[in-house]
Design a protein around this ligand. Sequence first.
Ligand code: SF4
Length: 258
Amino acid sequence: MIRDWELEMTDAKDGRAVRKRRDANERSLVADERALRRRAKIIHEKLLATYGEPQWTRRDGVSELVATILSQNTNDSNRDLAYARLRARFPTWAAVRDAPVEAVVEAIRPAGLANQKGPRIQLALRHITEAHGKLDIDFLAQMPVDEARRWLLGIKGVGPKTAAIVLLFCYDKPVFPVDTHVHRVTGRLGLRPPKLTAEQTHEWMERICPPGGQFAFHINLIRHGRAVCHARNPACTRCPLRRRCDYFRRRIQTRGSA
Ligand code: SF4
């Protein structure tokens, strides 16, 4: 068992695991992370009480990957319309892969950036076919999470958020997708160090999220970001999280000292 004040480290010479005493800074980081885990659990539970357990119709991995590429820089209804048009015009993903790019671009136009997303989707479908022999990525379910993530990130145009969505939504992997809402709301709530980028926040949230809560916490943070914690003018006075929120506390203090 590793105690809080110890770090498990690998001896560079012979690969043996050795323990070293944490210095004061490392101990304080561990304490911070434990406090943040507790805070994450409380906030997760409050969001569940507010928005409930989110429901989701699971897609297969390839379909989720295509839908997630379509969702980049657009809203859900535009993504859904583009996805429905794509499915209506092409009977299979193989047909999308082999179609003239202009036909795919035309089908997905409602999602915006169609000239980028069309070729990106076809590239991803070709990549899967070449790497795996067929248009199916269910083998990711059997892979350790880091290996599965690396495999997805090897597809051109697939970034950490898209990879995390596919792994979480389709294969229940314990990852945490971070979009603009999750990044903003976790920052205001003080769930992450303020300077972490969205990309770095993926790994951070994976560490502090209550086990098994990744899907509901991710979806409910997005709901909260859309409904209450808007980018401009967050509706703090009707926010159920305000007693736990760093941003709200700072706002009150600034007003109090003005
Ligand atoms: S109190 Fe305000 S800033 Fe904090 S989470 Fe709620 S809406 Fe967002």
